[in-house]
Design a protein around this ligand. Structure first.
Ligand code: 8X3
Length: 264
């Protein structure tokens, strides 16, 4: 049987790369997309050398024409079974009074419109996909994963632009699930809290390492990208009639967006 295919956006680092590794190890053929070709090509080569199936496709999720061309290129595969909308991220942590509208625009474009582009472009293939191993019988079993955030469910000071975008991603997931009810495609939202990755906070603070480090200061064990990938891998490998609508995960030391236990 041909391996099921999973498309992962933002696969160049962090949660996206970890998810690609996890799904490839589970037996998926993974299609890695991100803007940075060198990174996804290196990861695809590494997975391939380990006997797994991986290809890289450089892609900017905000470029609709490029996303359409990418979707057309996937016709070569027997099926597209899983789409993990992971590309996104935060820019800035300024109060509403002084935040940069350009940051907000970029966050909306990547976190919301990027997810919309990929989902629209791949939905026909996901709807037509054959059941993956372990799934129940049926004519098709596609899975859309949306990696949102705890910022998609509550806000915090300095977080309005990011929280607004992630609330948008959450609403997209909720609405899509309603609209696809009765079709063989399920919609899974994974909402991570504090995850320490190599780039999330440094990108948010534009390379200011002190500010980035302060996010995790004193937190014994923030989540890792692997923790989130493990959860995504679990959710997508449930039988196809089982839908994990929404899964919120945080480190034990974080009880809410703003209540975090820090060792002094
Ligand atoms: C990341 C969670 O708290 O940095 O999506 O907004 S937070």
């Amino acid at each position: 049987m041909a391996a099921p295919t999973a498309v992962i956006t933002g696969a160049s680092s962090g949660i996206g790369a970890a998810t690609a590794r996890r799904l490839a190890a589970t037996g998926y053929r993974v299609v890695l997309t991100a803007r940075r070709a060198d990174r996804i090509e290196a990861l695809a080569a590494e997975l391939t050398a380990a006997g797994q199936q991986a290809v890289a496709y450089p892609l900017d999720v905000t470029d609709r024409a490029a996303v359409n061309a990418f979707a057309a290129s996937l016709n070569a595969y027997p099926s597209i079974d899983v789409l993990v909308n992971n590309a996104g991220g935060a820019l800035g942590a300024d109060p509403v009074a002084t935040a940069d509208p350009d940051d907000w625009r970029t966050m909306y474009e990547t976190n919301v419109l990027g997810t919309l582009h990929l989902t629209q472009a791949l939905l026909p293939a996901l709807t037509a996909s054959a059941d993956h191993p372990g799934a129940g019988a049926g004519g098709g079993a596609g899975t859309v994963v949306i990696v949102s955030s705890t910022a998609g469910h509550a806000t915090y000071e300095g977080g309005a632009g990011y929280a607004a975008a992630k609330h948008g991603a959450h609403v997209l997931a909720e609405t899509l699930r309603l609209e696809l009810c009765g079709t063989p495609v399920r919609v899974i939202e994974i909402a991570p809290g504090m995850v320490k990755t190599e780039e999330f906070a440094t990108t948010r603070f534009r390379g200011d390492q002190q500010k980035a480090d302060a996010v995790y200061a004193g937190v014994a064990e923030p989540l890792t990208a692997d923790d989130v990938a493990d959860t995504i891998g679990w959710a997508v490998t449930r039988p196809s009639h089982v839908n994990v609508d929404l899964l919120v995960l945080r480190p034990r030391a974080q009880a809410s967006n703003s209540k975090v236990h820090r060792e002094s």
